[in-house]
Write a protein that binds this ligand. Structure first.
Ligand SMILES: [Zn+2]
Ligand SMILES: [Zn+2]
Length: 465
């Protein structure tokens, strides 16, 4: 049992790390040059030693995972921000390494930028100016850049996507209205941010597969990921932490890598300054809103505030999360998880509801709070069946009544039950979306197929001993 009580915690354990007097401090590495950088409040570095430290950290993050093959095509997701900009500069340095002590990075990178201006209601001129900045940045770094608008994340397949290479024109998309309505129907900012993340992931996967890039580098840094880690727990995605926060995420078939995951905000700021990284100041969904606007904002604010006084906060969170493993689908490797039991939005394994699961407890609590004690009676009689499933459970070969909804007559437009196709976290995100027409057509088709399969399974189970 834990022997620390609250008073001890405040008096002894929660002592903020004192800041080293920085004036005239000497670099702790070479012990010669005057320090220009202060990390973790106690570690002064000169510019050269900091850059060596940062490059080594970046390269070892990539090297440790042995994720890259010789001459592999890699897509670098570039938002225009400092973190992804610094990542591209570090990769460029690695490609050009002439120092015999440094291993040269041998990959073939290209940039990818997703234009999110549509959901942020940015004027066309502003979106064009941002794209011009990205194009100019790519040109300066002698890299090809692909730009695509977020609207195309709703396309069923690549044939419906307009991808532009080394140029960009903001054009009206057939999916613009659908995307606007989809975001409009999602009420909370937490759900909107999560939906944006999933749609971006879907679009990047679609594009990377089409362009034949097996790996995609993403730019989020440690501060951002630590906030996401806590918010993932808060949103019921605890089982997905290893993929959401870890270095590699291969849920979608394309491998997403996060080489900046060891750098905190402050290190990225120094790095960007020393590497002279230009950045684009793009608004986000939570711009101009307070720290309590969404779970993501709140957890990031919490981590940043704590990190300011306790510089080990983020690394402790990371080291802890690296040890966490999900027991969802633990007996199956990721390739063995049947497509039927994968979430359509995030492609994680869907946790099966049992009598004692957290999702069942939440469902009971939600039913009671929305419909009162009478809801509990309904739940007791049929704990897992939705209305549609209850009706179809009685469906058999004789169901010729055209007015009765059954496994044969049910169409996607009438279905609002996401539980067969979405994991718990995505279900919470999509809770307010009551119109299936707003999701991509292939997801709708999958929803219909899986629902039918589940209903047939339930009706067959009635005849089994
Ligand atoms: Zn030094
Ligand atoms: Zn999901």
């Amino acid at each position: 049992m834990c022997s620390i009580n609250e008073e001890n915690l405040l008096a002894d354990t929660m002592v903020a790390t004192p800041t080293l007097p920085f004036k005239d401090a000497v670099c702790r590495k070479c012990r010669i040059v005057k320090a220009q950088v202060l990390l973790r409040k106690t570690d002064p570095y000169c510019r050269d030693c900091f850059m060596k430290y940062a490059v080594h950290k970046f390269r070892s993050t990539l090297g440790k995972a042995r994720a890259l093959q010789h001459n592999e095509h890699v897509l670098l997701a570039y938002s225009g921000g400092l973190s992804s900009g610094s990542m591209i500069h570090l990769i460029k340095q690695g490609l050009e390494a002439s120092d015999s002590n440094k291993m040269k990075l041998v990959i073939k990178p290209s940039l990818l930028h997703i234009d999110e201006g549509g959901i942020l209601n940015l004027p066309k001129e502003e979106r064009k100016a941002s794209a011009d900045f990205i194009l100019e940045y790519a040109k300066r770094n002698c890299l090809d850049v692909y730009i695509c608008s977020l609207e195309y994340s709703l396309a069923a397949d690549i044939s419906g996507v307009k991808l532009q290479k080394n140029s960009y024109e903001v054009e009206p998309s057939v999916y613009a209205n659908q995307l606007e309505q989809l975001f409009g129907s999602v009420k909370s900012l937490t759900a909107k941010e999560d939906l944006l993340l999933r749609l971006k992931q879907r679009l990047i996967t679609l594009l990377a597969t089409h362009l034949n890039y097996p790996k995609v580098f993403l730019g989020p840094n440690a501060t951002r990921l630590a906030g996401q880690l806590l918010s993932a727990v808060g949103q019921g995605r605890g089982a997905q932490i290893a993929q959401e926060i870890g270095f590699a995420d291969s849920r979608t078939g394309v491998v997403f890598l996060r080489p900046m995951r060891e750098f905190v905000d402050k290190e990225v700021a120094y790095l960007a300054n020393f590497l002279e990284v230009d950045s684009l100041c793009l608004p986000t969904l939570s711009s101009k809103l307070g720290p309590t606007a969404s779970i993501g904002r709140l957890t990031e604010e919490f981590v940043v505030t704590l990190q300011a006084n306790f510089p080990a906060t983020i690394s402790t969170l990371f080291r802890t999360s690296d040890k966490l493993k999900s027991n969802v689908g633990v007996d199956r490797s990721s390739s063995e998880i049947k497509d039927d039991s994968r979430c359509l939005l995030c492609l994680s394994a869907i946790e099966e509801s049992t009598l004692c699961s957290a999702s069942t407890a939440r469902s009971i609590s939600q039913t009671i709070s929305r419909s009162g004690p009478s809801g509990l009676n309904d739940l007791e009689s049929e704990p897992y069946s939705t209305n549609a499933q209850q009706q179809s459970a009685a469906c058999n070969a004789n169901c010729s009544n055209p007015e009765k909804q059954c496994c044969k007559t049910m169409d996607a437009g009438t279905m609002k039950d996401w539980s067969v196709v979405l994991c718990y976290g995505c279900r919470v995100t999509m809770e307010d979306v009551k119109t299936p027409e707003l999701v991509p057509i292939n997801l709708r088709e999958e929803l219909r197929l899986r629902s039918r399969r589940q209903m047939m399974r339930q009706s067959v189970e009635q005849f089994l001993l």
